[in-house]
Design a protein around this ligand. Structure first.
Ligand SMILES: N[C@@H](CCC(=O)N[C@@H](CS)C(=O)NCC(=O)O)C(=O)O
Length: 213
């Protein structure tokens, strides 16, 4: 399997899940401005939506949408217990969380990346996004991870999005349960490994671009 990602983007979430699950993946970076893979391929020919993440399966099919890819990966390694079994109510609870994180939290960040956003629109967007983060903060009260005592796919996704908060002046200290979750997830060896890998990919892509210039 090959995961297409952009270092530090939402694709960090399935990258973390693969590390947590002990799944050995090929990984390829994508330049999201040119929609070209680091290997020089047209990324839109791989995923016509142009967005990361996407996962190329061993039979050549490509799976897209981060909330789905993390479930696929977790289901490949059931002993890692990263998601409840399909068909159980708990599985729907995990999907309920993933859907909220994807559509409310993740897409709550998206307008903030638009360089044309006005200061007024930015502050209104941060206010709206803060309410969504506040909802997740409530879910984290009195528990270590979103589904209870053990780390799961929703934790990987939510954590990934929270790595973006400093860039927009959002201080996680406002939500002590989210800050504690962020620190707890950051300390996991699999999370560190995925993040280190992405730092190296970014540096390699930067060096290749400089060499071409
Ligand atoms: N619906 C997609 C959206 C993923 C997404 O927003 N990816 C961003 C990076 S975090 C991206 O690739 N943006 C560039 C683009 O869409 O061209 C998913 O949930 O996986």
């Amino acid at each position: 399997m090959k995961l297409y990602l952009s270092p530090g983007a939402c694709s960090l979430s399935p990258h973390i899940v693969a590390h947590e699950a002990g799944i050995k993946l090929d990984v390829e970076g994508v330049d999201l401005r040119s929609h070209t893979t680091h290997g020089g391929e047209d990324y839109r020919a791989i995923n016509p939506k142009g967005a990361v993440p996407s996962l190329k399966l061993d039979d050549g099919q490509v799976l897209t949408e981060g909330a789905v890819i993390v479930q696929y990966l977790a289901d490949q390694a059931p002993s890692a217990k990263l998601i409840p079994a399909a068909g159980t109510l708990e599985r729907y609870r995990a999907q309920e969380l993933l859907n909220f994180i994807a559509t409310e939290v993740h897409k709550g960040f998206s307008p903030l990346f638009n360089p044309k956003i006005t200061p007024e629109a930015k502050s209104a967007q941060i206010e709206m996004l803060s309410k969504k983060i506040g909802y997740v903060a409530g879910k984290l009260e009195g528990r270590d991870y979103l589904m209870g005592d053990t780390f799961g796919v929703a934790d990987a996704y939510f954590f990934t999005l929270m790595t973006w908060t400093p860039g927009f002046g959002i201080d996680l200290a406002k939500w002590p349960s989210v800050k504690a979750h962020f620190d707890r997830v950051s300390a996991r060896p699999a999370v560190k490994a995925a993040m280190d890998h992405e730092t190296k990919l970014k540096a390699a892509a930067g060096a290749a671009a400089t060499a071409k210039a």
